[in-house]
Design a protein around this ligand. Structure first.
Ligand SMILES: NC(=O)c1ccc[n+]([C@@H]2O[C@H](COP(=O)([O-])OP(=O)(O)OC[C@H]3O[C@@H](n4cnc5c(N)ncnc54)[C@H](O)[C@@H]3O)[C@@H](O)[C@H]2O)c1
Length: 706
């Protein structure tokens, strides 16, 4: 195979531009250079009557090179290249397969005809990254399919299949069988029919699809789908231009808008998270010489909420798993829950009945620890009790094969102490899944001081087939996510005791961008769950009589959240809609009288700052203590596990966008009002502000130190 990613092949009167740029045919600088050369060759040849553009490997172009986003703008280069392609004097056919995203679809729009293999998926996901389709998408797509459909497609950002693509009108034909052969037949049939170039850029947007009302509707939709963000609105603006402008004018306008968007916080934040998720798997100091153990089978101890979800993750990855419980009834309940989850996936069309059957078949049940003897990894998910977990680990030590990774899903217990219950503490590690474990992408991987590099690497790599985003942390109370949650939720609870309503608090947090207000989260998870954790771990928390007392007030009044229809809100049977409940508010008010908490009026800004500043501040403590490898890992934890908005880049990225000094001043301001117990700034935050360093500066200096 030539090292050039683009080559031109000939088949009689046809020229084939064939791209080979594994793994996913990203449109890198090399590919663009290759395409330019290919076009030159084609222009120079006199005997070419049609051109086919296709890619080898798993997919047609999967998109632009996101790595280039932070560098100099490339829009003009893309524009000229795609224009040259469109300008060819013979018909050009894009022959697509795989996942055609962003720039990959935009290049196809600049071709004259588009055909695809039946399973091809298409999307313009740019607005979710805070940008707009900037390589002609906003100008060519409305010319092809009308302004309204183009905007619906761009704003939804969701992939569509070939049937929908044909219906929308940007796909001409689905090719069954071999795509390369089908593409040649298709190109020749164009020639037989006397069809020439059909340039998208020469079409006009159908005015019937571009009424002022339509633009108003789509503007409202952009606001609704992307609150606090402007990329959706910018896309509407760009498509509006396509209605009246020539292609050349429209493309220039699009370029200006695209570059402006790339500089925005919403785009930088989303792209930061994109790369942070890719990088979180890398563990400096554990190199290629350390080999991950192959995981051919797994064991899970505890068939409850978490154990069942984790078993599904393994089965979905094709790894046979033995699910063990000490209690036959719990095991039966666990397996019934698993069956229910698979059934709902079938009902929603996510799996076929046969696939569900096959995956369920990978989950065996057992009451006997001896059945775990062949497992390469065992995940413990029994009740949260140190004594119990130590007993379980001693049993695992007795039966597990040498070298098997022994993982615990504990949220609060000291994994060092759990490891000490075995004769092989080096093999013990935390695998902290989030509920529901089969859905939530985050996996906190927690190493003790004795966990071996092999165990760490094995689990970090196992995350991939399990479809998890792993973040490596050291042992500390609450690890990364829950430790930062502590101050965030503490303030939310304190604020309702000061007289704000639950809705006021949750709305302020949701308006800011959190996926769900934290009090509604408590109702969903169970008010009792939080109360029990705080009771069991009282020694870990500061001596504040009002600490998490809103939870306690509701718990004492029998309000457990959604599960019994009342918590911070009221719920109608079987529904999740939150209803304001004067009874809950009265209970909270009585509690604040008992605790002699002075009432206070709260602006949304105060609610947001009081919840978020302690969260960010704790992030600086965690970073300063070396609990995580890098600041961006904290961003991954919060965006993938706690509903922190990706467009704000995660807590650490966000702290820098508001300014570290603003955060420090905020901590001081609230310390003056509420006292030092909860408002002491993290030493690292103070250091960075004093030395005028960014987080990146500090990380670079830290790496340079021996
Ligand atoms: N529920 C969550 O949201 C969540 C999230 C992250 C981590 N965790 C942690 O996961 C663990 C499990 O939590 P859960 O919510 O799934 O609990 P659960 O109560 O739903 O299930 C625990 C299961 O363990 C079984 N069990 C008890 N003793 C056993 C033994 N000796 N051998 C085998 N099985 C035994 C029980 O029969 C039960 O089925 C806890 O450590 C918890 O802190 C829970």
């Amino acid at each position: 195979m030539s090292s050039q990613p683009v080559r031109v092949e000939r088949d009689g009167e046809l020229a084939l531009i064939v791209v080979h740029n594994p793994p996913v045919n990203t449109i890198t600088a090399d590919v663009r250079a290759g395409l330019r050369e290919a076009l030159e060759k084609i222009r120079a040849a006199r005997d070419i009557r049609a051109v086919i553009l296709r890619c080898e490997g798993s997919t047609f172009f999967s998109g632009a090179d996101i790595g280039e986003f932070s560098g100099p703008p490339r829009e003009v280069e893309y524009r000229l290249l795609f224009n040259d392609l469109e300008a060819l004097g013979v018909p050009v056919v894009a022959a697509m397969h795989g996942t055609v995203m962003g720039g990959g679809l935009e290049i196809a729009l600049a071709c004259h005809y588009r055909i695809a293999a039946p399973t091809t998926r298409f999307a313009l996901p740019e607005v979710t990254l805070g940008i707009i389709p900037g390589a002609g998408g906003t100008q060519r797509l409305p010319r092809l399919i009308g302004a309204e459909r183009a905007l619906e497609f761009i704003l939804s950002a969701k992939p569509v299949g070939t049937e929908q693509a044909k219906e929308l009108g940007f796909l001409d034909q689905v090719i069954e069988g071999d795509l390369a052969t089908g593409a040649r037949d298709y190109a020749r049939s164009l020639l037989t029919q006397g069809k020439g170039p059909r340039r998208t850029g020469e079409m006009k947007v159908d005015p019937a699809t571009a009424s002022p009302e339509m633009f108003e509707r789509q503007t409202a939709q952009a606001r609704k789908l992307y609150p606090n963000r402007t990329a959706g609105l910018t896309a509407v603006d760009a498509v509006r231009k396509a209605v009246t402008a020539t292609l050349a004018e429209g493309l220039e306008y699009e370029t200006a808008l695209a570059n402006d968007r790339k500089a925005s916080v919403e785009s930088r934040g989303a792209i930061h998270v994109f790369f942070a998720e890719r990088d979180s798997r890398r563990v400096p100091g554990i190199g290629d010489e350390t080999r991950a153990l192959p995981i051919k089978s797994a064991g899970i101890v505890g068939a409850g909420t978490m154990g069942g979800g984790i078993a599904i993750c393994f089965a979905n990855a094709g790894i046979p798993v033995t699910l063990l419980d000490s209690n036959p009834a719990s095991l039966e309940r666990g397996i019934a829950n698993i069956a229910g989850i698979y059934q709902s996936m079938v009902d929603r069309g996510r799996l076929t009945a046969a696939e569900s059957e096959q995956r369920r078949g990978l989950i065996r049940t057992s009451l006997d620890y001896g059945d775990l003897k062949d497992a390469d990894v065992i995940v413990e998910a029994v009740f949260e009790s140190m004594d119990l977990k130590r007993t379980v680990f001693a049993k695992l030590d007795a039966v597990a094969k040498p070298g098997a990774v022994l993982a615990t899903n504990t949220s609060t217990l000291d994994i060092e102490a759990i490891a000490e219950a075995t004769s092989r503490p080096g093999d013990v590690i935390g695998m902290h899944f989030f509920s529901p474990a089969n859905v939530m992408p985050l996996l906190e991987v927690v190493r003790t001081t004795r966990t071996t590099p092999v165990a760490i690497k094995t689990v970090m790599e196992l995350a991939k087939p399990l479809r998890k985003t792993p973040v490596l942390a050291k042992v500390c109370y609450g690890f990364v996510g829950n430790r930062m949650m502590e101050g965030y939720a503490r303030e939310a609870q304190r604020i309702v005791l000061e007289g704000a309503t639950p809705r006021q608090v949750d709305s302020a947090l949701e308006d800011w961008g959190m996926a769900m207000g934290i009090l509604a989260v408590f109702d969903m998870a169970g008010v009792d769950v939080g109360v029990n954790v705080h009771r069991a771990n009282a020694s870990q928390y500061p001596p504040d009589p009002s600490y998490y007392q809103a939870d306690v007030a509701l718990y004492d009044a029998g309000r457990m959240g959604q599960k019994n229809g009342k918590g911070y809100y009221r719920y109608e049977a079987g529904k999740r809609a939150r209803i304001d409940d004067p009874e809950a508010i009265a209970i909270l008010n009585r509690k604040s009288v008992d605790l002699q908490i002075a009432p206070r009026a709260h602006s949304s800004q105060e609610i947001q700052e009081r919840c978020l500043f302690p969260l960010l501040n704790e992030g600086f403590r965690i970073l300063g203590e070396g609990i995580v490898l890098r600041a961006a890992d904290i961003d991954v934890v919060w965006t993938s596990g706690y509903g922190f908005p990706r467009y704000r880049g995660g807590p650490m990225f966000y702290a820098e966008t508001i300014g570290l000094e603003t955060l420090l001043n905020g901590m001081h301001r609230y310390r003056d009002i509420f006292g030092p117990m909860h408002w002491e700034p993290a030493p690292l935050l103070v250091e960075l502000v004093t030395k005028k360093l960014t987080i990146a500066d500090w990380e670079t200096r830290k790496q340079a130190r021996p």
